[in-house]
Design a protein around this ligand. Structure first.
Ligand code: SAM
Length: 284
C-alpha cells in the first residue's frame, strides 16, 4: 500500500488551505477540495452567501468568515493566529483564490508567521480560456483586469504590446467593446479571442480581429463573464530584398550551403529556396 492510500485522519493539520472552487459548472471541483472543505474547521471567503450555496451543494455545513485583502489588519492577524490550532480553508467566489481575488496578504502573513500553507488546485478561468482559444500557449502573460479609465487602459496595452506571448485578461460585458477598440488601436495586427461563460450552459469562444469582434459584440451585447485573449505578435516574414541582403552578408564568410542554412534558421524561410537564390547570386 503506498503512502497515498493511507486512511485520512478526521482532522486536518492546522494551517491555511487554498481551495479552488468551480467557475460555473459545479462539477468542476476536485475530490481533494471536497475532502479539505469537509474536514477543515472553517472557511474564509469573499461572500458567505455564495460560499454557503457551494457548501450546501456539497452537503457540508461549516463556520464561515468573510475575508478580503482590504480587511482590517487586526482581523487578518486574528485569522492568522487562529490557524496555529485550526485548519482554515480560503475560497473565493469562483475559481482559484488570489487569481484576481483576495488571499495574497493572508498567504504572505502565514509564511512570515511559519503557518503551513497548502494549495489545492482546480478551476481557473484564465487557464480555461487559454486552452479553449487555441491561441499559442507556450508562453502567456496573465494581466488580470485592464484599467477602467481609457488613458490607463491604453498605457497598459502599450506597455504589454512588446511582450512576446499570448496576453490573457479578465473582462466584463459592459467594458468588452472599449477594450476591443483599444486593442484594435494599440495592437491592430494581433488575433484576439473572447472566451465567455466558460464551463456554463452558454459557453462560447470566438476568435477574430478587433474590428470583426467589435461588430459582432455591438450587435450581440455580451452577457456574463469573459476572458479576453490576445495572440502573440506575428513574426515578420522578411522581404526578398532583406533575405538577399542577409544571404550576401553570410556568403562573405560561409559556404553556400552554410549561408542558406544560417539565413533559413534566422528567418524561417525555406533552406533549399535560399540555397538556389545564393547560387544565382554567386553567378550574377
Ligand atoms: N479567481 C477566479 C479564477 O480563478 O478564474 C477569477 C476571479 S475574477 C474576480 C472574476 C473574473 O474572472 C470575471 O470577471 C471573468 O473575467 C473571469 N471569469 C470567472 N469565471 C468565468 C467564466 N466562467 N467564464 C469566463 N470568465 C470567467
Amino acid at each position: 500500500m503506498s503512502d497515498d492510500a493511507q486512511p485520512l485522519p478526521d482532522c486536518l493539520t492546522p494551517g491555511l488551505y487554498l481551495v479552488a472552487t468551480p467557475i460555473g459548472n459545479l462539477g468542476d471541483i476536485t475530490l481533494r477540495a471536497v475532502d479539505i472543505l469537509s474536514r477543515c474547521d472553517g472557511v474564509a471567503c469573499e461572500d458567505t452567501r455564495i460560499t454557503g450555496k457551494l457548501l450546501k451543494h456539497l452537503g457540508l455545513s461549516k463556520p464561515m468568515w468573510r475575508y478580503d485583502d482590504h480587511s482590517e489588519q487586526r482581523d487578518r492577524r486574528r485569522l492568522v493566529d487562529s490557524m496555529r490550532n485550526r485548519a482554515v480553508a480560503l475560497v473565493s467566489d469562483a475559481g482559484t483564490p488570489m487569481i484576481s481575488d483576495p488571499g495574497f496578504r493572508l498567504v504572505n502573513d502565514c509564511r512570515l508567521e511559519g503557518i503551513p500553507v497548502t494549495s489545492i488546485p482546480g478551476a481557473c478561468a484564465a487557464v480555461v480560456g487559454l486552452t479553449l482559444s487555441g491561441l499559442p500557449n507556450d508562453r502567456f502573460l496573465f494581466a488580470g483586469f485592464l484599467p477602467a479609465k481609457e488613458k490607463a487602459r491604453r498605457e497598459t496595452l502599450q506597455e504589454l504590446a512588446a511582450t512576446d506571448a499570448t496576453l490573457v485578461f479578465y473582462e466584463t460585458g459592459p467594458r468588452l467593446l472599449k477594450s476591443l477598440k483599444a486593442l484594435g488601436e494599440v495592437m491592430p495586427e494581433r488575433e484576439l479571442a473572447v472566451a465567455r461563460e466558460l464551463t456554463k450552459l452558454h459557453e462560447e469562444c470566438r476568435r477574430g480581429m478587433s474590428d470583426g469582434l467589435m461588430a459582432y459584440y455591438d450587435a450581440n451585447p455580451p452577457k456574463g463573464e469573459i476572458v479576453l485573449l490576445v495572440g502573440p505578435p506575428q513574426e515578420q516574414v522578411p522581404s526578398d530584398a532583406d533575405a538577399d541582403a542577409m544571404l550576401r552578408t553570410a556568403l562573405e564568410t560561409m559556404k553556400t550551403s552554410q549561408a542558406a542554412a544560417h539565413v533559413s534558421k534566422a528567418t524561417g524561410l525555406d533552406r533549399k529556396t535560399l540555397y538556389a537564390r545564393a547560387m544565382a547570386m554567386k553567378s550574377e
